[in-house]
Design a protein around this ligand. Sequence first.
Ligand code: MN
Length: 422
Amino acid sequence: MYEIDATHDPKRKSWVESANAPDADFPIQNLPFGRFRPAGSSEAFRIGVAIGDQVLDLRAAGLIDTDDMNALMDATPAERQQLRKKISEGLTLQSAKQTTWQQALVPQSACEYTVPCRVGDYTDFYTGIHHATTVGKLFRPDNPLMPNYKWVPIGYHGRASSLVVSGTTVKRPNGQTKAADAQAPTLGPSQRLDYELELGYYISQGNAQGSPIDIENAEAHLFGVGMFNDWSARDLQAWEYQPLGPFLSKNFSSTVAPWIVTMEALAPFRAPFNRAEDDPQPLPYLDGKINRKQGQIDILLEVLIQTAKMRDAGDAPVRLTRGSALDAAYWTAAQLVAHHTVNGCNLQAGDLLGSGTLSGSTADSAGSLLELTAGGKNPIQLPNGEKRTFLQNGDTLILRGWCERDGVVRIGLGEAVGTVQG
Ligand code: MN
């Protein structure tokens, strides 16, 4: 579907010097899309592609004539690949475009961003099987994994209106909570505010209502992937989640990275989808040759924290989590698309599917504090002596992702950053 071509050539370098650094998130092989404007301005957001430490303004470069990201996402895969080819060639060292396109570059440090597209609908899944098992044990010790888990990609409909871009403050939510020994619940600020390390899958072309997307064609309906933090109030969640699932514990805010890394850019980092022999095999509508061959995406993931005290002391953020999406996801993005539409539900360009918390199988790869602290029982000790069970006001969370493989240029997904405020 998404083939490796000249745009992935590891020898290809850019005339944008910062893109050629070996640890750059945005080398010429990446070319992720976002919406930006000069920081502090009230101009309309424009569509840009990150290259090194710059943004290429696609309209100013004469590549598109719209500021509507959703229209761009609604293009066919062939049209999207054609645009990628043009951007890549124009940014290549010694391109004749250099003189004119230099005028269309803006330093990323001089920009502000917004949610990269208009997200009409947002669905959050639960594909992290280690997360589901560990959390299930906390809520239901005898019955951690529900009997449907290995058959159905579990999900719920989230809230698109409260999605925010990286850098936006996250206000601690109020809600109902009830202590186990209390007679009645009370209303107040969440005392168990948590993060969830997720990937967001963005939809490109949608489907007509009543017309499911076949799994073998599902990747054509994916535009790309971005870092995603599904902030979660665990005390609100524990009290409200039965019988209809998460509601106010999740929908107060979710943070996305400014950049969508395209499926084209991810082509060199695909991996087979396997299902252990003693697990149920996917039903036929969730199974297919292409998905078996390369349904998974090999993305490394990291979460860092910087408390207010660390920030005041000039201490760098410290790592809470490091893991891999490969180790974590029980279902692939294509399976989520096939499942979401099998009943005839229509997806639209710009829709966002959350992966669910991508916790690895090891303790240090858990993608939430709920898991890292065993439900708040075992506090984390930070290097400066501070302890954390759940998030305190002033804590900044930084979610990062990147892909690396031998013989391929490393690409990054950038960051989804948020600071908790009381
Ligand atoms: Mn989630």
